[in-house]
Design a protein around this ligand. Structure first.
Ligand code: PEP
Ligand code: MG
Length: 596
């Protein structure tokens, strides 16, 4: 008897990282524990305090067990965080504070704990140092663990889940932060799908870097999937099939094989150089979040590193990386990129990376706040430590130093002054510093594009960061799925900003690069050629297809296309025209021309 072939539901989200995986789901439950709130009689306060003590003791036991499991694995770095969490469990503010609430307010332990946690969160939000304020999330995690032990609900952190999962599995969650996503490197998680996010959130970017198929921005998804459910994650189409039928498995397998065939064919072509048939050469380099990704970059023929996001060195830890630790990381990037250059960006704290606590008024809109270079120019010692590490490492390769989030030329001049000061200091201490470091700015705020001519006279190169440039030009946050209808690289306003930047760079004779995600979307390659970008930097898996498109294009046709669409009034018209052009010229690559 053949079983009835019932179709599994297909949930549509955003294809965040290409590829398809079939497998069992493992669900990360990050929901807040629900807890009872009751007033208690005076006699009961002692037993409430005892319940709290038991919950804290159970939490300590869980953390110690976890620490012994984690030691010696790739999560060893996490023992520091676990130790910090254990210390927080002995904190007077937390434990004695909660007991005082129980006694004076005559409330149950859960309610008292929540009140104390709120007070601690307020305390953190008033601190000046944003890096320390970030630690408020650790207190939240510790508090959640105690709360779950009080209510008897199960609590499992991501690290616990990752060490428990022994078979290749697909991670399902409502939300994953960029810091979570990088922890998936070299684990049994072979794909993930989450309720929140868009293609340009750093969680999605990290998935592409790790080459893990992923779907994001599928609200309600986690609610419908249980641990152990069979699912399919199609990271190209942005679909998740829950408990697929046999016919769905066949259909998705065929699609997977077709896409793999196209990608394999492109991967065979080994030569890294990319020039149009009329001789315009474009350097294709790689965006790197973690040093192990250099392997994929080298394998795919990257001509250097076009963006190394140093903020990942600052994640998943409770202290700041030392000068020596940073120096080692930068030296590795520079040495492995050689003979090509490596563009290393000073730390971009804020935005959707290293989030600031939600309780801070100042963090209501972190994208418009104290971020990246603004933060570094305020926290001078952190900035100088990084510049020292970078300049020391410059002796080991070809360093391009990139300043993020520039709004004003004075920020560039002040940074140059600090770089010069650090250089003199290092030379006085006997360190050698390369004399051919190039300095660049990220053009990712419209103000920077509008004064691109002024900035171009200060630096050696521009790198256009479209992920942010699009969100600020269109006032549509890059991490909000509902605004995807506005957030388009081909919006005429974005094209005009690109044109301004390109014209200024070419007029002043400086190098024009792009490291935003637009650079790695093959649908946009010909338009970007039309703007005469000297370098496009992207996630390594995009290199083969972008290279193929450039080789089969001419600069003159690309310029004609860019000039033509420049005058269209709407995104829909531009997109329609570009798509028609690309489909007609690259019919064999259509499955890879997803765009946004
Ligand atoms: C960008 O904004 O395009 C960029 C490359 O920087 P990030 O994505 O790290 O903000
Ligand atoms: Mg940016």
């Amino acid at each position: 008897m053949t079983p009835i072939d019932r179709l599994g539901p297909v949930v549509e989200g955003v294809g965040a990282s290409p590829g398809m995986v079939f497998g069992r789901a493992v669900v990360l439950d990050r929901g807040r524990a629900t807890y009872p709130k009751t007033h208690v009689e005076e006699e009961a306060t002692t037993s409430e305090c005892r319940r709290l003590d038991h919950a804290v003791a159970a939490s300590v036991q869980q953390l110690r067990r976890l620490k012994s499991r984690v030691g010696g694995t790739q999560f060893a770095e996490h023992t520091k965080i676990l130790e910090a969490h254990e210390l927080m469990l002995q904190d007077d503010l937390l434990i004695d504070g909660t007991k005082a609430q129980i006694r004076t307010e005559r409330i149950n332990a859960e309610w008292a704990l929540q009140r104390t946690l709120n007070q601690i969160a307020d305390f953190f939000s008033d601190l000046d140092d944003e890096y320390i304020r970030e630690r408020a999330t650790d207190v939240e995690t510790v508090g959640e663990r105690i709360m779950r032990n009080l209510t008897g609900e199960h609590f499992e952190s991501l690290v616990e889940l990752l060490t428990r999962v022994k078979e290749p599995s697909i991670l399902v969650a409502e939300r994953l932060t960029p810091a979570d996503a990088v922890q998936l490197f070299d684990t049994n998680i072979v794909g993930f799908c989450i309720d929140e996010g868009t293609r340009t959130t750093h969680t999605a970017i990290a998935a592409r870097s790790l080459e893990i198929p992923a779907v994001v921005g599928a609200p309600g998804l986690a609610e419908h999937i249980g641990t152990g459910d069979q699912i399919i994650v199609d990271g190209d189409a942005g679909e998740v099939v829950i408990r697929p039928s046999q016919s769905q498995i066949r259909k998705y397998t065929v699609r997977d094989e077709e896409l793999r065939a196209v990608r394999d064919r492109l991967d065979q072509k080994r030569s890294p150089s990319a020039a149009t048939s009329d001789g315009f050469e474009v350097v294709l380099s790689a965006n790197i979040d973690l040093t192990p990704e250099l392997d994929a970059a080298v394998a795919r023929g990257a001509q250097g590193v076009g963006l190394f996001r140093t903020e990942y060195l600052f994640m998943n830890r409770t202290d700041l990386p030392s000068e020596d630790e940073q120096f080692e990381a930068y030296r590795e990037v520079l040495e492995r990129a050689a003979p090509y250059p490596a563009t290393i960006r000073t730390v971009d704290i804020g935005g959707d990376k290293l989030e600031l606590p939600k309780s801070t008024g100042r963090a209501l809109n972190p994208f418009f706040g104290m971020r990246a270079l603004r933060y570094c120019l305020k926290e001078r010692s952190l900035f100088k430590t990084q510049i020292r590490a970078l300049l020391r490492a410059s002796a080991f390769g070809r360093l391009r130093l990139l300043l993020p989030f520039v709004t004003d030329v004075l920020e560039v001049r002040e940074s140059k002054r600090i770089i010069r000061e650090v250089e003199v200091e290092l030379q006085g201490q006997g360190f050698s510093v390369s004399d051919s470091i190039e300095l660049g700015v990220l053009i990712e705020i419209p103000a920077a594009a509008l004064i691109a001519d002024v900035l171009a006279r200060e630096v050696d190169f521009f790198s256009v960061g479209t992920n942010d440039l699009i969100q600020y030009t269109l006032a549509a946050a890059r991490d909000i799925a509902e605004l995807r209808y506005l957030y388009h690289p081909l919006h005429p306003a974005v094209l005009r900003v690109l044109r301004l930047t390109s014209d200024a760079a070419h007029r002043e004779g400086i190098r024009l690069c792009m490291c935003g995600e637009m650079a790695g979307e093959p649908l946009y390659t010909v338009v970007l050629l039309g703007y005469r970008f000297h370098e496009l930097s992207m996630t390594p898996s995009s290199l083969p297809v972008v290279r193929e498109i450039i080789r089969r294009s001419t600069l003159s046709e690309a310029r004609a296309l860019a000039d033509k669409v420049q005058y269209f009034g709407t995104y829909a018209e531009v997109n329609g025209d570009v798509r028609r052009y690309m489909d007609a010229h690259f019919p064999d690559l259509i499955p890879l021309l997803s765009g946004d």
